[in-house]
Structure formats: C-alpha cells, structure tokens
Design a protein around this ligand. Structure first.
Ligand SMILES: [Zn+2]
Length: 191
C-alpha cells in the first residue's frame, strides 16, 4: 500500500529508490554476521554521570580486556545508547540484562556507596556486569566482581573472575543475545 502510494505521488524517482532499497535488502549478509566477527557492540552514554567518567572508563576497559564477545564503546554525543549511565545520590543500581543491541538498560551510579567508602571503579564495573546479564553473587569474595559491596570497602577489584567472564561470553555467544530480551529487573546494590 505504501509502495503504490510512493509510486503514484513521486513517480520515477521513488521507483528507482524503491528498486535500490530492494536490491540492498536482497544483498548477501555482511561479513559481520559470520562467526569470525561475532562481537556484539554495545554503546554506553555517560553524559549524565558527572564525576564518574574515569571510573566508568576503567570499568569499561576491564570488561573489554576480559571478554571477547562484547565490546563496550562510548556512544557519540546525542546518539542512542544501549547502556545509559547516570549519577545519583542514592545507592548504585542497574537494570539486569543482558541488554541486546538496540535495547536499553539503565545504570545508576550512586554516591551513597562512595561516601560509605566503596571503590568507584569496582562499582562501575559491577553495575556494567548487571547490564551484561550478571546477577549479584552476595556474599562473595573480592575476586568476584558481582559480590559487590559484600566484599567490603577495602576491595578494589574491578575485574570479573573467570566464571563471570564465561557467563557473559555465553550470554553473547554467536550474537544469540539479539533474540533474548533483557531481564528487565532492577538490581539495587544497597548495603
Ligand atoms: Zn549488584
């Protein structure tokens, strides 16, 4: 119906555009759908997380250095991001993923945890872990990123352990996450 309307109102130019679009849709799948490049890119927006930028950068770097199936990249200003990070005065919290490309989850980096003495980079990395689909594993040791505050204020580890890494790799393996909706629960890291 829309097709015929275009053709009727805009004539040849629209017909050419339509033909080009159809050709593009019929083109073979691009190489990035092959297993060799099965990396899911997720963009994050920290434009409303003032004061947390370096902690977020370090948390992101930790994830990117330790997992292969996902890459976190900063969203260009004003563009849509899968992970929206904001600074709050409450406790850190996050919507539990795994967030899929085109989906959206929110991370709140709360200053209350910082005033209690918790490490900002660990907080950022932990909340990003929720975005990637990891639940809390509390209580737990400092070596577990998702043990969060239960590891105490002296814990500064921001690196997911091998089990946590494997879980995220599995959730995003072969881009299957594109078919799985985010969990959607909000996980509050209050203590
Ligand atoms: Zn948590």
């Amino acid at each position: 119906m829309q097709k015929s309307l275009w053709l009727k109102t805009a004539g040849t130019a629209a017909a050419i555009t339509l033909a080009a679009t159809t050709a593009a849709q019929a083109a073979p799948a691009p190489a990035d759908s092959m297993s060799a490049a099965a990396v899911v890119t997720l963009r994050y927006d920290d434009s409303r997380a003032a004061g947390w930028e370096s902690a977020i950068a370090a948390g992101v770097a930790s994830w990117n250095a330790n997992i292969d199936n996902v890459e976190l990249v900063e969203a260009a200003p004003g563009t849509r991001a899968e992970i929206v990070i904001v600074a709050t005065t409450g406790w850190p919290q996050a919507i539990l993923g795994p967030v899929r490309p085109g989906g959206q989850v929110r991370v709140e980096l709360g200053s209350q945890a910082v005033s209690q003495g918790y490490n900002k980079t660990r907080i950022a990395a932990h909340e990003l872990g929720h975005s990637l689909g990891l639940p809390d594993t509390k209580p737990g040791p400092c070596s577990q990123l998702m043990s969060g505050s239960s590891a105490g204020t002296g814990c500064t580890n921001a690196v997911p352990n091998l089990t946590e890494q494997a879980r995220v790799e599995s959730l995003y393996a072969n881009r299957l996450t594109a078919l799985v909706p985010a969990d959607g629960r909000t996980v509050v890291d209050a203590r």
